[in-house]
Design a protein around this ligand. Structure first.
Ligand SMILES: CC(C)(COP(=O)(O)OP(=O)(O)OC[C@H]1O[C@@H](n2cnc3c(N)ncnc32)[C@H](O)[C@@H]1OP(=O)(O)O)[C@@H](O)C(=O)NCCC(=O)NCCS
Length: 171
């Protein structure tokens, strides 16, 4: 099935919660994080905001149906990845890597200095995956206010063993 990446459009917004829920099924196999498989996901209105800001991309099939998405927000000099999800049926086929590559190109063109995100340190398809793409873990001294708040909010929501990572886009 050939899949292409494009900017997300308004009509995608109501389809993306199902993609994120499907993606989260990956956690059913991970001891201690199974609850994430039925956890909260971004809603259509939140997706509309990312889309309206021009900060959302989707991977679509030949029928233009989304199988994955990446959305984020401006964060000063850096651009922050809020969510990356690829539907379970097509995970491990390089789509996550392609979405990051697309956004990396775009962010560089826009003049951002880096890409940031928060993720699980030990889950194999989280921090180890981003490390292979060139992201580095930030220690507490190099965390800006936004990332500090992000990690604190995640901890309040019961997410432990999280870290913040950054990909330097400056040549
Ligand atoms: C993380 C995610 C977006 C990656 O997308 P993907 O299309 O599956 O990723 P890719 O096919 O590009 O592969 C990425 C890497 O992760 C590895 N990977 C993917 N699924 C994996 C799994 N279940 N177990 C171990 N490694 C896995 C791949 O082997 C690949 O490794 P490589 O860097 O050596 O090539 C996707 O797995 C997903 O949606 N997971 C659930 C939600 C999630 O964790 N989102 C990230 C929040 S920070």
């Amino acid at each position: 099935m050939p899949l292409a990446i494009r900017m997300a459009r308004d009509q995608d917004a109501h389809l993306l919660a199902a993609v994120e829920r499907s993606a989260a099924q990956a956690f059913t196999a991970y001891e201690g994080l199974q609850w994430l498989a039925s956890g909260d996901v971004l809603n259509a209105s939140q997706h509309q905001t990312f889309i309206g800001n021009g900060h959302a991309w989707v991977v679509v099939d030949e029928q233009d149906q989304p199988w994955g998405f990446l959305c984020g927000q401006d964060c000063g000099e850096d651009w922050h990845i809020v969510e990356l999800s690829v539907a379970q049926a097509v995970q491990g086929e390089g789509l996550g890597r392609r979405l990051i590559a697309e956004v990396r190109r775009w962010a560089q063109q826009q003049g951002y200095s880096g890409l940031t995100l928060t993720t699980f340190s030990k889950v194999p398809w989280n921090a180890p995956f981003y490390t292979r793409l060139g992201f580095v873990q930030l220690d507490e001294h190099s965390l800006g206010g936004f990332l500090q708040q992000q990690l604190a909010a995640e901890q309040r929501h019961g997410l432990n063993d999280r870290c913040a990572m950054r990909l330097n886009l400056q040549r």
